[in-house]
Design a protein around this ligand. Structure first.
Ligand code: UD1
Length: 435
């Protein structure tokens, strides 16, 4: 896989330039990861298109290879041949690097009836237990042993049942779906996550021969019905990964922070309603064309954005937690004050310290709330990315700041953005990778 960012370790930019032009939105990381995991269920060759070239995908690819799958990259197209899956033990170095490796549990249980895995890693954004994942798998009949470091799951046969999640976890829903696809009988999931990354996984699996029903009442109830099929009934499929709503939202907030007039192309318009509504309330002109997958964002040439009083993150279709830090960066240079409440993760404000070093006026009220008083300008500084979306937020802050900003430790950013510098340069930003 060829990354747009090469082997660079930092991003350097000179702020103060309005963004103009058009940017193509990459394929979605969070949609692609569970679909790659799902491919181990299918004893055939799948062709995935529009796969983003990011390190998390590379990591999932290595995990698939370790199970016996054969992978072949052709630009953004990934061929996965999972005819011969032999290995149920997943290598610790990949599992500990990425939390979504945990969704391989459901897929491997469904395919080979066993999985041995270390506790998964991922960005440090508060407590990230996996109790709901294990709850779903156990309900389907898996026996699970855990110790301090590892999880061992085994099932002679998975059996369909009714599973009602106390909280609609995205990963736990995906894991349970993956295990239920080849379980005997019918599984009903209640209060499943409604995120587009769940529905696209079901769509992919159905095209590959699974029998998953998502009814008209899905958004209201989170009900998913899965009729189990034999592994041999699953077959190869060619599937296009949906565009990344979080990358699209990141560039939208970059334009709001730095000012500008940009068009997001290949953007998932319908998935960004809450984000576009907020941008409008902050004073941007946002025009979207669902047929053309385009969102045009324009800010006033002479004024700053205006903060709304309060924004809370929530499960889909509410404002996404992954755009909380990009919004925060933009709010720092907008007029007025904003309180953000983070309702999904227990501690997702690591970026605050770095933004404050750039001159932002932010008070952390508690683990869940921050209060921002907009300042007229941020000052360019050397700052450190500490997690993926917080890292992207520092790039947004750098573009809005006066002077030169260097963001280091961009390994976190490369987990999710295939070429953030190339994309922003295409919008006229003065930005480059540095070694
Ligand atoms: C996914 C996304 C992530 C996004 C999040 C919420 C991927 C690879 N990542 O993460 O970018 O921010 O959805 O939209 O798709 N929880 C438990 N027990 C569990 C599982 C989750 O308590 O077993 C808690 C988590 O700690 C967190 C909340 O539920 O506080 C949401 O987590 P979840 O929806 O599972 O997010 P992820 O699937 O990890």
């Amino acid at each position: 896989m060829a990354y747009g960012s090469g082997g660079s370790s930092a991003i350097c930019m000179e702020g103060g330039n309005r963004l103009t032009g058009t940017v193509q939105i990459q394929g979605s990381k969070n949609a692609a990861l569970p679909i790659l995991a799902a491919s181990v269920l299918i004893p055939d060759e799948c062709v995935l298109k529009n796969v983003p070239c990011i390190t998390d995908i590379d990591c999932m690819g290595n995990l698939l290879k370790s199970t016996g799958a054969v992978l072949d990259w052709q630009e953004h197209t990934l061929l996965i041949d999972a005819e011969n899956i032999r290995e149920y033990r997943l290598p610790a170095r990949y599992v500990s690097a990425m939390r979504s490796s945990v969704v391989l549990m459901g897929a491997l249980l469904g395919r080979v009836g066993e999985v041995l895995v270390d506790y998964p890693g991922g960005c440090v954004i508060g407590k990230r237990p996996i109790d709901l994942h294990l709850f779903g798998l156990e309900k389907l009949g898996a026996q699970i042993w855990t110790d301090k470091n590892r999880i061992h799951a085994y099932a002679d046969e998975l059996k369909g049942t009714t599973i009602s999640f106390p909280f609609p976890s995205v990963g736990a829903t995906q894991n349970t779906i993956l295990a239920a696809v080849t379980a005997r009988g019918t599984t009903v999931i209640q209060n499943a996550a409604r995120e587009p990354e769940v529905t696209t996984l079901c769509d992919f699996l159905n095209k590959a021969g699974a029998r998953i029903e998502i009814g008209y009442d899905f958004i209201a109830t989170g009900k998913i019905v899965i009729h189990g099929v034999e592994v041999s009934a699953l077959h190869g499929v060619t599937y296009e990964i949906i565009p990344d709503r979080i990358v699209a939202g990141t560039y939208l907030f970059a334009a709001l922070g730095a000012g500008g007039s940009i068009t997001l192309e290949n953007a998932p318009v319908g998935q960004l309603r809450s984000v576009c509504a907020l941008a409008r309330r902050m004073g941007a002109v946002v025009e979207s064309d669902e047929g053309q997958n385009q969102i045009a964002v324009r800010t006033d040439k002479y004024g700053r954005m205006k903060n709304v009083a309060f924004v809370e993150t929530g499960v889909y279709p509410e404002f996404p937690t992954d755009l909380q830090s990009p919004l925060l960066a933009c709010a720092c240079v907008s007029e007025g004050e904003l309180t953000i409440e983070e309702r999904i993760f227990s501690s997702r404000f690591k970026v605050v310290e770095e933004l404050v070093r750039m001159g932002a006026d932010i008070e952390v009220l508690n683990n869940k709330r921050v209060h921002v008083r907009g300042v007229e300008r941020l000052l360019g500084r050397s700052v450190i990315a500490k997690e993926l979306r917080g890292g992207a937020a520092l790039v947004i802050a750098g573009l809005a700041a006066e002077g030169i900003t260097t963001v280091t430790d961009i390994g976190f950013i490369k987990r999710g953005y295939q070429d953030i510098v190339g994309d922003l340069k295409g919008l006229g930003a003065r930005i480059s990778y540095v070694d």
